[in-house]
Design a protein around this ligand. Structure first.
Ligand SMILES: [Zn+2]
Length: 237
């Protein structure tokens, strides 16, 4: 392999590592977002159960007040009963007392119902709290390990970028320019291996005679994609 090709290949390996590290770094905020959404989902669920629990409590309070009011009213009606003179007034008052007592019976039933509702809501709320807390904990652990990973990747990237500049310094400026230009236009394999008698970059067939020369150590420039085609460990005719 020609010297300049070996250098370009080193550079390319380096850039491949840089690409991989950058892709890994890019995945971190995305992963964070997934965890945040998971936690927010559990928080929203908790809030929903909390709201329904609050509504039940409010209803219970209202029922209790209604019952107290009715009981006071009944006591008042009963005391008024003694002062009534006519039969019709008396009968009307008795009817009113009976009605109010009936209302209180209904309220008692509603209070009982609300108690069952409260039990159920309380269980659901407990479950939501546990699930939310679990999600928060899980997210926190994951966040810590993501931060570690981030630091690790950033350190690796910094190292490899230093390594890259020292390799790039050894490449002839004109070749480096061509290489960088090809890379920035999306070409990732400027130096490629010959595979099944074809360019490893674009799969264009290479004449057998040329392939033989490549195996012998000569560099071949692919007429289609411009890659340097060389013989590598996984090359074949
Ligand atoms: Zn090619």
């Amino acid at each position: 392999m020609e010297e300049f090709i070996a250098r370009l290949l080193d550079l390319q390996d380096c850039d491949r590592d840089i690409d991989r590290l950058k892709a890994d770094l890019k995945s971190i905020p995305e992963e964070r977002k997934i965890h945040r959404m998971d936690t927010e989902g559990h928080e929203a669920k908790f809030n929903l159960f909390k709201e329904s629990m609050d509504a039940i409590k409010k209803k219970q309070k209202k029922l209790a007040t209604d019952k107290t009011d009715n009981t006071a009213r009944i006591a008042e009606y009963k005391s008024r009963l003694l002062t009534l003179k006519s039969n019709s007034e008396y009968t009307a008052m008795l009817k009113q007392i009976a009605n109010t007592e009936k209302m209180n019976d209904q309220i008692d039933n509603m209070i009982l119902e609300a108690m069952y509702e409260e039990d159920e809501a309380s269980q659901e709320l407990d479950r939501a709290v546990k699930e939310r807390d679990r999600a928060v904990k899980r997210s926190k652990i994951r966040e810590e390990s993501l931060n570690e990973k981030l630091q690790e990747l950033e350190a690796k990237l910094a190292d490899i970028e230093i390594k890259r500049s020292s390799i790039a310094a050894k490449v002839e400026p004109r070749q480096l320019k061509v290489y960088d230009k090809a890379r920035s236009s999306g070409h990732r394999e400027i130096v490629t291996g010959i595979k099944h008698c074809s360019c490893g970059g674009c799969l264009t067939k290479i004449p057998p005679q040329k392939a033989g020369e490549i195996k012998g150590g000569k560099t071949y420039v692919c007429p289609l994609c411009g890659s340097y085609v060389v013989w590598t460990s996984d090359s074949s005719f």
